[in-house]
Design a protein around this ligand. Structure first.
Ligand SMILES: [Mg+2]
Length: 433
């Protein structure tokens, strides 16, 4: 037995069922019981109710195909403003029970319930039931809830009986729940790792968790070793109370000496900043909807350009494409520059966007896949093990000092990509009271 205690820690994971579609149904009860799909503005399904799923609709499916297999389908444009209001309400309901709530994505959160059983006189099962009841009663949709001794296991638990499941995995019952769980379904085990594990003859979470610590240490790096511990019920990943802040931004700036007017050199400095900003964005699973970049002259004057991205991005190729097309709008060959910088803004959860993009852009998907591998290499061998050719000159330039100066922005609005919503003439929704 991995763990002979019931709950050394009690971690809760909550996951909204078919969340976007469920928000639409909650707002419009006439939709209840009907096959509803969101994603009209993109031409593909971003979310669907269980009634639509039952008819074979899957995420990323094209709308004309959906209409073929499900003629009575109701297809709606995505309304992210409304979904994020529901999301805030969801997190606040869980916060009534504990302040230790981590907003993990728009429709998922973790909470640390450890000790609440003795202070409330309720069992963890009863607490989880109460949270689920409040969420479903107040938001008008179902949630899948899991409680176990670690974050990885809590996530396993919430997935087991979707939709509207409530699964409690105490320490003594871990093995029974991991027995039939395919290893690739475990949170944090990617496709490359799964492939490797299959080749080792490991197909279930239990087979992986049953390996010895020595074996795991020999074959894997730290993150997978941690997952191994978590699967055995040992809580290593803390629940970090925190909010998803849609307004925060990521900035990377660097001063170079001496000042230069060499276009290639200045661009490579900017390229390197973009790579660094993207590394940070990917580390936090964020994608940027807008960017701004600036050049600072020797006289400390700033030229800044703000740009909206047609698709949210966190890989440098996508952002560089836009910067290259606009670089000469702020660069003047006659001027000496001493710094460049990039800010990624309108940051949102990459995982939500990725589902939205599914089937939309093969290019984006292959970049995402490639950067997953690059990030893994960087973790192993150090940052900038691999870098873009456009950053080469900056990489070779050893003389740089940090610059945290705040630029005074000369605003120049440029919209490269109009939102689909605007194009379709769909108004933005305000606060839902
Ligand atoms: Mg969900």
């Amino acid at each position: 037995m991995f763990l002979d205690k019931m709950f050394p820690r009690a971690i809760l994971h909550v996951d909204g069922d078919a969340f976007f579609a469920a928000c639409e149904v909650s707002l419009n009860p006439k939709l209840k019981g009907k096959p509803v799909v969101t994603g009209l503005e993109r031409g593909i399904a971003s979310a669907m109710t269980y009634e639509a799923k039952a008819k074979g609709v899957t995420r990323g499916m094209r709308l004309f195909e959906i209409r073929k297999i499900c003629p009575d389908v109701i297809i709606l444009p995505s309304d992210y403003e409304t979904y994020s209001i529901f999301s805030h309400r969801m997190f606040n309901i869980v916060r009534r029970y504990t302040t230790v709530v981590e907003e993990y994505s728009i429709d998922e959160c973790f909470a640390d319930l450890t000790g609440l059983d003795s202070s409330s006189g309720l069992s963890y099962t009863e607490i989880a039931m109460a949270i689920k009841r409040d969420l479903e009663g107040e938001l008008g949709m179902t949630f899948s809830v899991g409680v176990s001794t670690s974050k990885v296991l809590a996530k396993v638990a919430s997935k087991l009986k979707k939709p509207s499941g409530l699964v409690i995995i105490p320490g003594k019952e871990i093995e029974a729940h991991l027995m039939k769980l395919p290893i690739e379904k475990v949170w944090g085990i990617g496709s490359q790792t799964s492939l490797f594990l299959w080749r080792q003859g490991i197909h279930t979470a239990l087979e992986f968790a049953s390996k010895t610590e020595e074996w795991v240490k020999e074959k894997f790096s730290k993150p997978h070793e941690e997952i191994w511990h978590e699967l055995r019920g040992v809580s290593l990943y803390r629940v970090c109370p925190g909010k998803i802040d849609e307004h925060k931004s990521i900035s990377k700036t660097r001063t170079f000496t001496p000042a230069s007017n060499n276009r290639e050199f200045i661009f490579s400095q900017l390229s390197k900043n973009i790579e660094n900003a993207c590394i940070k964005a990917r580390r936090h699973h964020l994608v940027a909807g807008e960017i701004s970049f600036f050049l600072k002259t020797q006289e400390f004057r700033y030229s800044t350009l703000e740009l909206k991205l047609s698709l949210p991005a966190n890989v440098p190729e996508q952002i560089l494409k836009v910067v290259i097309a606009n670089f000469d709008k702020i660069y003047l060959p006659s001027v000496l520059y001493r710094a460049s910088g990039i800010t990624l803004r309108k940051l949102t959860d990459a995982r939500v966007i990725q589902t939205d993009l599914f089937g939309q852009s093969i290019e984006v998907q292959s970049f995402n896949k490639m950067y997953k591998e690059i990030d893994a290499l960087s973790q192993k061998y150090g940052k900038h093990t691999l870098f873009l050719g456009s950053s080469m000159k900056a990489m070779l330039d050893a003389q740089h000092t940090g610059d945290r100066g705040r630029p005074t922005v000369r605003k120049q609005e440029l919209f490269l990509g109009e939102t689909q919503r605007k194009r379709l003439g769909i108004p933005f929704m305000g606060e839902v009271s």
